[in-house]
Design a protein around this ligand. Structure first.
Ligand code: HEC
Ligand code: HEC
Length: 177
């Protein structure tokens, strides 16, 4: 019995030390209501930079939280609103990226280039756009998803951007290489 109590005390102490060590590491989340919810629930499976390097509006973050809940994130239904607001305020479209090296990606010339530079670099680098070749269909889905996240582009501009992306980063280009 005594051994069991000692064992429990040992586990409790070790766990406690591990928890406070985690708490002492620099917290990359800015101050604000809801911060503690996010700092605890959203760092169990991946580093905070999965979050801090992205930008989305409320609809986008809410959607992301639901996706994470499906993957096992422990966040109570009553905390979802606060977490969504916190994330959209701290990591919304246009919020600067501290300590991030600017990426120097030169997009090919063509109609739509400026739209991509203006509408697609608000939340992540243009490198993310130029990274992979995709079919027109996939580009259309992606660009519409970006609009859902808060990309400030109109319907006409979506069409121009999809055409530009298909011409410059479509699957034909991969096949030609
Ligand atoms: C149970 C594990 C788990 C927890 C907890 C968790 N995530 Fe995730 N998260 C994942 C996995 C797995 C991926 C990779 C998913 C993928 O590749 O589509 C991911 C990826 C992400 C991404 C990256 C999306 C991208 O494509 O760059 C964001 C943003 C994110 N999570 C936000 C959150 C937020 C906000 C929370 C807290 C509400 C959270 N995560 C908690 C498992 C988790
Ligand atoms: C409001 C913020 C925001 C804007 C503006 C934005 N994106 Fe994104 N983008 C994201 C987020 C968040 C992710 C990661 C989650 C995901 O892939 O669903 C992402 C991921 C991506 C990816 C990787 C997706 C994948 O499936 O591999 C591509 C490509 C991309 N964006 C292209 C674009 C293009 C093109 C534009 C301009 C039309 C754009 N983005 C504008 C937020 C944005």
């Amino acid at each position: 019995m005594r051994k069991l109590i000692l064992a429990i005390a040992f586990v409790a102490t070790t766990f406690g030390v591990a928890m406070s060590a985690q708490a002492q590491q620099g917290n990359p989340f800015p101050e604000g209501p809801g911060r503690e919810i996010v700092a605890v629930a959203c760092t169990q499976c991946h580093a905070p930079n999965a979050i801090t390097q992205l930008r989305m509006n409320e609809a986008g973050w809410r959607n992301q939280i639901y996706d994470m809940v499906l993957r096992g994130a422990q966040i109570g239904p009553n905390d979802i609103d606060a977490a969504t607001k916190y994330l959209a305020t701290s990591f919304g479209p246009g919020v600067p990226f501290p300590n991030q090296q600017p990426v120097d990606v030169k997009l090919p010339d063509g109609a739509g280039k400026e739209l991509v530079e203006g509408g697609c670099a608000l939340c992540h680098g243009v490198d993310r756009v130029a990274a992979t070749n995709r079919s027109k269909d996939q580009w259309e889905k992606i660009v519409n998803r970006m609009v859902f996240y808060g990309s400030p582009i109109s319907g006409d501009q979506v069409t121009s951007i999809v055409t530009y992306l298909d011409q410059n980063f479509g699957v034909k280009q991969t096949a030609a290489k």
